[in-house]
Design a protein around this ligand. Structure first.
Ligand code: ASP
Length: 428
């Protein structure tokens, strides 16, 4: 079927809505197996295609980005602004999550029967994620793991933080050796970068079909009964995410940039929808880069630097979710959290969200770090697994929005924010 000439966002939205309808029908009429055998693979193919681009794109674009910010002082300034923005918005996100969870107390007042059912249900579903969560990484591991002992292994295993570390260092060293030596290498990676961007242009054409397939498969599988029990908790997480996006990012764009808030949200929509349907900010990165450069007018240098970094370490949605979840699980177990414990949540959830990979379900694993730090039973994670998938989709959408907002703010303060029309002419 050939869709008529519509903007990309509209096509993806149509794909998403059609996916919701097919998913609900499959769930109700009992043809979920058909969806998972014949429709889901289209979604998986789409995700594999964009994931394929991520490692070479991140390496080439960060390396080229670092060398093109050829003045080390400028690189340091942009790096400091980017990291400061990430840390501030992440802290706000967790605080907002904690505030909402304390006000609405989603885990308080469950009947004993509901509580038993949840805990029973969770032990049936616990399986792998809880086991993995128990083998949680420590903060020390997260920090040490940034340094690859073997860069080739980092590439093979797709370890993003290590790839970023190696790319930044290589870029800095290329700027330090003479240009006669460095130019051929830089030109080579510039070409690789162009090729990857071109590949994204092609892959993105099938995004509406990919999104359709992914959403219909999720909804076909999604049991609704557990949702009801966890409704208040899910509603608090989703409301928190919505508030964070509409208040924090809008204010940041309004205060620190010359861009209209509407232009920002309009430009980033395709990336948001892909993050929502894939549940992965890493896989969405190529699309986030395309939207941020082409539609939001952020210079390629800043996009190449801030976005790969953001997709790996900036996870506001995940941090907010971890804040709400920690309080919710504590409430279900009848534990009250003191102010000190909640401050520990702010600190550990910031670190945990930095250490969270931008892949589906990664946030639920690093949630273990947060729970452990305040003495809440890790088994509690299993209680929320029933709604994990849908919340993962929502928080991934917030994660990519946060990355793009950072790029716009940093570009604006550096005088590198073009008006979108100009940018579009440049990208062609
Ligand atoms: N799925 C999220 C992301 O890719 C990470 C998480 O699980 O919170 O952004």
């Amino acid at each position: 079927m050939k869709l008529p000439r519509l903007p990309l966002y509209t096509k993806i939205l149509i794909g998403l809505l059609a996916g919701v309808v097919v998913g609900i029908l499959a769930n109700q009429l009992g043809f979920s197996d058909f969806v998972s055998n014949y429709i889901k693979p289209i979604g998986s193919a789409f995700i594999r295609l964009i994931s394929m681009v991520v490692v070479p794109l991140v390496f080439a674009s960060l390396l080229v980005g670092t060398t093109s910010l050829n003045d080390i002082r400028k690189l340091g300034r942009i790096g400091a602004k980017t990291v400061a923005y990430f840390l501030c918005t992440t802290t706000i996100a967790i605080s907002l999550g904690l505030f909402l969870a304390n006000v609405f107390r989603p885990g308080v007042g469950l009947s004993e029967e509901a509580q038993t059912r949840l805990i029973q249900n969770s032990s049936e579903q616990a399986g792998a994620p809880t086991e993995t969560a128990v083998k949680r990484p420590t903060v020390k591991d997260i920090l040490l793991n940034i340094i690859p002992t073997n860069p080739v292994q980092a590439f093979v295993e797709g370890r993003m933080l290590q790839i970023i570390f190696f790319a930044l260092l290589t870029g800095i060293c290329l700027s330090l050796i003479g240009s006669e030596r460095s130019q051929p290498v830089i030109r080579f990676f510039e070409a690789i970068n162009e090729v990857m961007v071109q590949m994204v242009h092609i892959i993105i054409k099938i995004a509406p079909y990919g999104v359709f397939a992914l959403i219909s498969a999720v909804i076909a599988d999604f049991g609704l009964s557990i949702l009801f029990l966890l409704l208040k908790y899910s509603a608090v997480v989703i409301a928190g995410l919505a508030l964070h996006v509409t208040i924090v990012y809008s204010l940041a764009i309004r205060i620190f940039s010359k861009q209209k808030v509407r232009t920002f949200f309009k430009g980033i929509r395709p990336a948001q929808l892909i993050a929502f349907s894939s549940g992965s900010s890493s896989a969405t990165l190529p699309v986030t880069m395309e939207c941020t450069e082409k539609d939001l007018g952020v210079s390629r240098e800043i996009c190449s630097f801030a976005l790969p970094l953001g997709a790996t370490i900036n996870m506001d949605g995940t941090a907010l979710y971890q804040g709400v979840s920690a309080v919710f699980i504590a409430q279900v177990y009848g534990m009250g959290l003191t102010v000190t414990q909640q401050l520990i949540v702010v600190l550990t959830a910031t670190l945990a969200s930095i250490g969270t990979a931008g892949t589906p379900g990664a946030g639920v694993i690093t949630l273990a770090i947060v729970l452990k730090s305040i003495g809440v039973p890790l088994e509690g994670i299993a209680i929320i697994l029933g709604v994990e998938r849908i919340l993962d989709m929502c928080r991934s959408m917030v994660n990519v929005t946060g990355d793009a907002s950072c790029a716009v703010v940093v570009a604006s303060t550096e005088g590198e924010l073009l008006v979108p029309a100009e940018a579009e002419a440049g990208v062609g």
